[in-house]
Structure formats: structure tokens, C-alpha cells
Design a binder for this molecule. Structure first.
Ligand code: PLP
Ligand code: SF4
Length: 322
């Protein structure tokens, strides 16, 4: 993690990015820092400013432009705070913000302006709230990235959750297998693998090239530890807005035992408007996937609308192809 590139100049030199980029990028990075760890630098190697992998992490001048409909808290998450570090939007499951940090900074992140300082800290009140509410059967470890916690802290958190009888399932939402594959070490996976909560790992991969050899090995270790894996992706302009790319992503991840879960429409967070793909185009892309792939390799296209009892499914339509 310490080897991540956080300096725009260094990135410009490595990737031969033009001086015009650097002049625009630095003010954007002052708001939300550049952070790109070695595994993803490798995935983007040889690419320019428009490379689909690099584009996800590359600060740009257009982030500073105000765009109607794009705001700092598009999902109105602060309204769903049950206790410090505990968000609950949906019945039966609650999300623990266990870390404010991530191994990589994705420019389209819906939590890029999230006030982590108000949420992350002592987890005891959140654990008490979970224990006091028997309707919460599933806990989702999120952040930031929950695997930013070290093995000891994660182990203690698992102990605490396993001690609550009404908690039946645990989920980890993490980008770590792609960003810092080494983080999925055997001790951590063994601890997760023996949990009665049957941890489910939801990774976040948007482009097939992000599955480097090291990431593939990490996913194999995950599988060997008996942990199920799903993927959630975000549909992003210039990254994965082509049926070929999306189909290849599903195929590639299946080779590493990961099934597709959600394909999210972009949350309208300030600074990310350049990634937007209109809903009709998204529906056509997923219809195309449906026409080419077995059903289990087609993710569910969803949008998050604050206040609804679940993510909102968007019907893919029918491609009409024979
Ligand atoms: C997306 C989300 C979940 C998980 O929803 P599923 O449909 O179960 O994957 C849970 N809590 C919050 C706050 C979320 O944003
Ligand atoms: S890893 Fe997830 S939470 Fe972290 S910056 Fe990327 S999208 Fe946001």
C-alpha cells in the first residue's frame, strides 16, 4: 500500500501524460487525492489518459465543474445513520463503515465526499445497536475498504459479530483483491473461512484487465478458503461502456470463480459527471449481454434511489437478436 502512486507528477512521468493533464489534475487531486497501487498500475501499464483502466483513477479538471443533478451526498447517506459507523437502508441488513481509507481512489466513488470523520471510530455503539435489533441478520463490512483494518482488528470484529446470535451472515465489500492482492493472506482467509457467518466477498471490478495475475491468485486463495465471491461493477463512460468489455469481464471473473452481482448505474456524485452512461444505453448494453451470455453471467442492472427499500432494478429490455 505504501508503494501506491499518490503524486500526479510521478504518474505523468510513468505514463507519459501530457503537461496539460498535469495542470488540470493537480487541483482535482487536491480535493480527492490520487491513489493508485502497484497492481492497478500494472493493469493500466502502457495506457494513456484515455486507457479504460487508468481513466477510473485519473484526476481531471472536469471534476471541478459543477453539473446540475450531481451533488456531494447523492444517496443522502447521512439520513440512514443508525449509530456511529452504522448505516441501514434496507431491512435485514446493515452496513458497518469500518474504515475511511481505501487502497485506491476511484474518481467516480459515491463516497468521495463522505464525512468519514463523523462515521469511523469506535465500533462499540454500532455493535450494541446490531445486538439490540434482532431483525439485522446480515452485516456488511464496508468503508472505505474494510480490509484496510489489520488482521488483528478484523479478527476482533469478527469475534464480536459472531457473538451476536441474531447475526447470521457477513459480507465484505472490497476492492482489495484487485488493488492490493497480497492483502488476502492465508491467515486472514483462514479466519474468515472458519466463521459461522459464511462470509461472502463482494469485489468491485469494472474492467477485465484489472484481473492481473496477482489478482487472479488472490481470488483463487479466496475460493480455496471456502469463501464465495461476487462482483459489483459500475457502468462507466470510457471504461466499460461496451458489450464486448462487459461480456469479457463476466467471462474472465468466472474463470476465477466470481459471479456477477450488480451492474450499478453511476451515482450522481459531484466530480463524476464525465463517467455517466444514460439509462437507455445501459439497458441496451445489458440486453446485449443477455443475448450473448448464459443468464448467470449477466449482472443485475440497478440504480440506487434514496429512500427505496432496495436498489432499484432497471429492466434490460430485449435485444431482439436471433
Ligand atoms: C447497497 C447497500 C446494501 C446492500 O444491498 P444488497 O441489495 O443486499 O446488496 C446494504 N446497505 C447499504 C447501505 C447499501 O448501500
Ligand atoms: S474502493 Fe470503493 S469506496 Fe474506495 S474509492 Fe473506490 S469506489 Fe470508493
Amino acid at each position: 500500500m505504501r508503494a501506491a502512486v499518490t503524486d500526479c507528477r510521478e504518474l505523468a512521468v510513468r505514463f507519459g501524460l501530457p503537461p496539460g493533464w498535469l495542470a488540470e489534475a493537480e487541483p482535482a487531486a487536491a480535493r480527492f487525492g490520487l491513489r493508485l497501487p502497484p497492481a492497478l498500475l500494472e493493469a493500466a501499464a502502457g495506457g494513456g489518459a484515455d486507457d479504460p483502466v487508468l481513466r477510473q483513477y485519473l484526476p481531471r479538471g472536469e471534476e471541478l465543474r459543477a453539473v446540475a443533478g450531481f451533488s456531494a451526498d447523492p444517496l443522502r447517506e447521512s439520513g440512514f445513520r443508525r449509530a456511529p459507523a452504522l448505516l441501514q437502508k434496507y431491512p435485514g441488513r446493515a452496513l458497518l463503515v469500518v474504515s475511511g481509507a481505501c487502497p485506491v481512489h476511484c474518481r467516480y466513488c459515491f463516497r468521495r465526499h463522505f464525512p468519514y470523520a463523523q462515521h469511523v471510530g469506535d465500533l462499540r455503539p454500532a455493535l450494541q445497536a446490531i445486538a439490540a435489533d434482532s431483525t439485522i441478520e446480515e452485516v456488511i463490512l464496508s468503508g472505505g475498504d474494510p480490509l484496510m483494518l489489520d488482521d488483528d482488528r478484523l479478527g476482533r470484529l469478527l469475534d464480536a459479530l459472531e457473538a451476536i446470535p441474531s447475526v447470521l451472515r457477513l459480507r465484505l465489500h472490497t476492492r482489495m483483491p484487485l488493488a492490493v492482492p497480497e492483502r488476502l493472506n492465508r491467515a486472514l482467509l483462514a479466519r474468515l473461512g472458519r466463521s459461522r457467518l459464511r462470509p461472502l466477498t463482494v469485489i468491485h471490478c469494472n474492467h477485465p484487465r484489472e484481473v492481473t495475475a496477482a489478482a487472479a491468485a488472490a481470488l483463487e486463495r479466496l475460493h480455496q478458503a471456502g469463501l464465495q465471491g461476487l462482483n459489483q461493477a459500475v457502468l462507466l463512460r470510457g471504461v466499460n461502456d461496451a458489450a464486448d468489455t462487459l461480456c469479457e469481464l463476466s467471462r474472465r471473473l468466472f474463470q476465477h470463480r466470481i459471479l456477477p452481482y450488480y451492474l450499478h448505474l453511476l451515482d450522481p456524485v459531484a466530480g463524476a459527471a464525465h463517467f455517466e452512461v444514460p439509462e437507455a444505453e445501459a439497458q441496451a448494453l445489458v440486453a446485449e449481454m443477455q443475448a450473448r451470455l448464459p443468464g448467470y453471467l449477466v449482472p443485475r442492472l440497478v440504480r440506487e434511489i434514496p429512500g427505496r427499500a432496495s436498489k432499484t432494478p432497471i429492466a434490460p429490455g430485449y435485444s431482439g437478436k436471433k
